[in-house]
Design a protein around this ligand. Structure first.
Ligand code: GLU
Length: 314
């Protein structure tokens, strides 16, 4: 089962993507072992890049230092290598050798510089609100929904040294973009999430901030990721604009694999870890074929080596 039925069409991609030399990225968070859901993302990233003249950059999004582990990063490099998905930029050797700006935990200076830039615009304020404080103001939110930050600490400013947490004030506007698979989208971040947290009270940079700073600094032109991140795109476009990004990236949000009962595949459930499937005797080409079929890219499963995934999109 998949999460939605819109299809990725080769003719649309050909019309909308730059002719060649563009860059996309595979950006997993090493909070667990790669599973079939990541494989669906890799198939889209490498397949579309290979079919339409793009380059793939690898980025390790270990901004959440409480959940990410070096052993998961080592495992994801090994798994990608075994599958045959090799990045064109930020090689496995670069990650294995030590610090690299393509690993978010090594890139704090870039986020600190970006924060200074937003501070100069008068957009940044300290925020002492916990999630519970926010829920007390906005009431309960439905499962899977996010609470919209009510602006408490913007209206009643807190001393800079009261917390390390920082939010960025976003203007209330409707953000539009034309998703390469889902078509025209409209989002209103001020009502959806409110001012965006860019650093938490422990001093950790957030996903929303790191991803925008990195996509901009690393020249990512096309963001190819799962539909679960669709709702983040409007706020990321606003943050990118505040940081001075001239041309926003293009976005393609692909289908997610879900269990027959509708649950999302997760690392926590570890139900489809590529390591286990490999240990059970599956070949890389079999797993790629299975993931492609489950994502609706193939009618009937068949083995597909990584160097043939472009055929799924061309
Ligand atoms: N690191 C994110 C994840 O593993 C992906 C972020 C993105 O593609 O924007 O879900």
């Amino acid at each position: 089962m998949t999460s939605s039925h819109a299809r990725v069409t080769g003719t649309l991609l050909e019309r909308r993507l730059p002719a060649s030399g563009w860059r996309t990225r595979f950006a997993p968070a090493p909070t667990g072992f790669l599973h079939l859901g990541h494989l669906v993302n890799a198939i889209h990233v490498w397949g579309i890049a290979r079919a339409f003249g793009g380059r793939v950059l690898l980025r390790v999004e270990d901004h959440d230092l409480t959940r990410c582990k070096p052993e998961y990063e080592a495992a994801l490099l090994d798994d990608l290598e075994w599958l045959g998905f090799l990045p064109d930029e930020a090689s496995f050797a670069e990650f294995r050798a030590g610090a690299t700006p393509h690993r978010q935990s090594d890139n704090s200076d870039a986020y600190a510089r970006a924060l200074v830039r937003l501070e100069a615009l008068g957009r940044v304020y300290p925020c002492t609100c916990s999630r519970r404080d926010v829920l007390q103001v906005v009431g309960t939110v439905a499962p899977g929904e996010e609470p919209c930050y009510p602006g408490t600490c913007r209206r009643t400013p807190r001393p800079a040294d009261s917390t390390r947490a920082r939010r960025v004030h976003l203007d209330d506007e409707v953000v539009t973009f034309d998703d390469l698979r889902l078509g025209p989208q409209q989002q209103r971040p001020a009502l959806q999430c409110g001012d965006v947290l860019v650093r938490d009270r422990f001093g950790h940079w957030t996903y929303q901030f790191g991803v925008v700073v990195d996509d901009m600094a690393q020249g990512v032109d096309v963001v190819i990721r799962g539909e679960d991140l669709l709702s983040s795109t409007g706020r990321q476009l606003l943050l990118g604009r505040l940081l001075g990004r001239q041309a926003p990236p293009l976005f393609l949000h692909h289908t997610l694999l879900v269990h027959p009962d509708g649950r999302k595949l997760s690392k926590a459930a570890a139900d489809t870890s590529l390591r286990e499937l490999r240990a059970g005797g599956a070949t890389a080409a079999q797993l790629i074929g299975e993931a492609a079929q489950r994502a609706g890219l193939l009618a009937v499963p068949r083995a597909i080596p990584a160097d043939a995934v472009a055929d799924l999109f061309a």
